[in-house]
Write a protein that binds this ligand. Structure first.
Ligand code: UD1
Length: 422
């Protein structure tokens, strides 16, 4: 298994291009199942999760071609010949459940294995299933698979999510585009990836209003056509690289960055003493002098502070002046990076969903273990600020969500290299 070796050094300076959003692409790809005509996605990120979703779609009979070094995906579902999403692929990635709604909406039946994914909590899919049931789906759980049927087609209905769920909103939104009548989704997720999905579905001919608010109204249509759609900027990759100069000092311009994707996060950076300015190419981030100030963070659904940036923010707080309290409200087991950061000299006390971080002057390099996708990159960020060498082991999680991380950080002056394992 590969490792990443990081050596702490001075300030970082230069530009980092931000890719298309993994989480948007993973919901845009299954949208191909809603139509016979081709769906083309541009600005796609080159990640192993995207390859997993391609393999899943291909197993169902979709044609998937990668053009321009993987940045353009052309998909066609005109010849779907299998409606079973197999455990062997689905277990690799939780987002696989997103094929359920579209397949069911288009053909009235689907069988999908219950998913696996990052080990950051129980992460059930009950809300995906309840929302589809509200549209008339008949569901049965047998031997680890969801067997779904909608013999006369899905029908519009009103569903209020008891908890805000990004994935369940996406599944229901896709399914509702082909349901008979009007569907109203209440307490829907408002993430930019939902708006991006709705934009793409509208290009395909769907009638959707209210995306980006907590109530989405979908008027079902008979059929959807083809479309070409650019994937929105990855706000989590953006936030991660904005933290690199915040931790190491220097000035980095994140190309393609937008404040509206990360309002709550930018407010926290400002409070910590980091300068963020909009440029015509993206966002420029600078830490000019001294240590950052400790700030408290609570993760929340969008537009709140994203849970997917909590681990990276903790890495910043490890060397801040003062004590910060980080509260994780979305996932119950998302502090697995804390003991690894403590191996590097961080002072962190975790009690349930709350981590109290007392900043130290300097972290020290150490061998550490990547436990999930965002935890992996938080350890790299911490390593950039640490004295000596940090070896991040088990980086396969990283490749699920960050393309060319060594190149992107290396180009702004970081000492970082990948060592291939056996
Ligand atoms: C998506 C993102 C993930 C991010 C998360 C929260 C993708 C591919 N992944 O995950 O990176 O961390 O949003 O912003 O887009 N829940 C239930 N029942 C369900 C579904 C969810 O109880 O059926 C709970 C979850 O356990 C969690 C909360 O709802 O506590 C939010 O999860 P959700 O928004 O669904 O996350 P994902 O869509 O899986």
């Amino acid at each position: 298994m590969d490792s990443i070796i990081v050596k702490g050094n001075g300030p970082l300076n230069g530009q980092i291009p931000i890719a298309g959003a993994k989480n948007a692409c993973l919901t845009l790809m299954p949208a191909t199942l809603l139509s016979d005509e081709p769906l083309t996605l541009t600005n796609a990120p080159r990640l192993s999760d995207i390859k997993t979703m391609s393999a899943l779609l291909q197993s169902l009979g979709c044609e998937v071609s990668q053009l321009q070094d993987g940045q353009v995906l052309v998909m066609s579902s005109h010849a779907l010949d299998n409606h079973v999403a197999d455990y062997d692929i689905v277990r690799k990635m939780r987002a696989s459940i997103l094929v359920l709604g579209p397949m069911l909406a288009r053909d009235g039946h689907a069988v999908v294995s219950l998913p696996g994914g990052c080990a950051i909590g129980a992460r059930p899919v009950d809300l995906h299933l309840k929302a589809l049931e509200a549209m008339g789906a008949e569901l049965e759980l047998k031997e680890g698979y969801v067997h779904a049927k909608a013999p006369g087609g899905l029908k519009g209905g009103t569903f209020e999510f008891p908890v805000v769920s990004v994935g369940a909103t996406e599944n229901a939104l896709m399914a509702a585009t082909l349901a008979k009548g009007t569907t109203v989704l209440k307490n829907a997720a408002r993430e930019p990836e939902i708006v991006d999905l709705a934009d793409c579905l509208r290009r395909m001919g769907a009638q959707i209003e209210g995306d980006g608010t907590d109530t989405i109204t979908i008027q079902g249509v008979e059929r959807l056509g083809g479309a070409t759609h650019p994937v929105v900027t990855d706000r989590i990759e953006l936030g991660t690289y904005m933290l690199a100069p915040a931790i190491c000092g220097g000035e980095v311009e994140c190309l393609g960055g937008r404040i509206d994707l990360l309002g709550a996060f930018c407010e926290k950076l400002d409070a910590a003493g980091i300068e963020v300015t909009e440029t015509d190419k993206g966002l420029k981030v600078a830490r000019r002098n001294g240590r950052v100030r400790a700030v408290d963070v609570t993760t929340e659904p969008f537009p709140g502070f994203p849970t997917d940036l909590q681990a990276q923010m903790m890495a910043l707080m490890c060397t801040a002046e003062g004590t910060s309290v980080l509260e994780e409200k979305i996932f119950e087991n998302r502090f697995m990076h804390a003991p690894e950061l403590m191996r590097m000299g961080a002072e962190i006390d975790v009690q349930g969903g709350t981590a109290t971080v007392t900043g130290v002057e300097r972290l020290k390099g150490a061998p550490v273990m990547a436990t999930d996708l965002r935890a992996s990159v938080s350890l790299i960020l911490a390593g950039l600020a640490a004295e000596g060498e940090t070896i991040v082991n088990r980086v396969y999680h990283l490749d699920r969500g960050y393309e060319r991380v060594e190149e992107k950080l290396g180009n702004v002056g970081a000492h970082i290299e990948r060592v291939s394992g056996q």
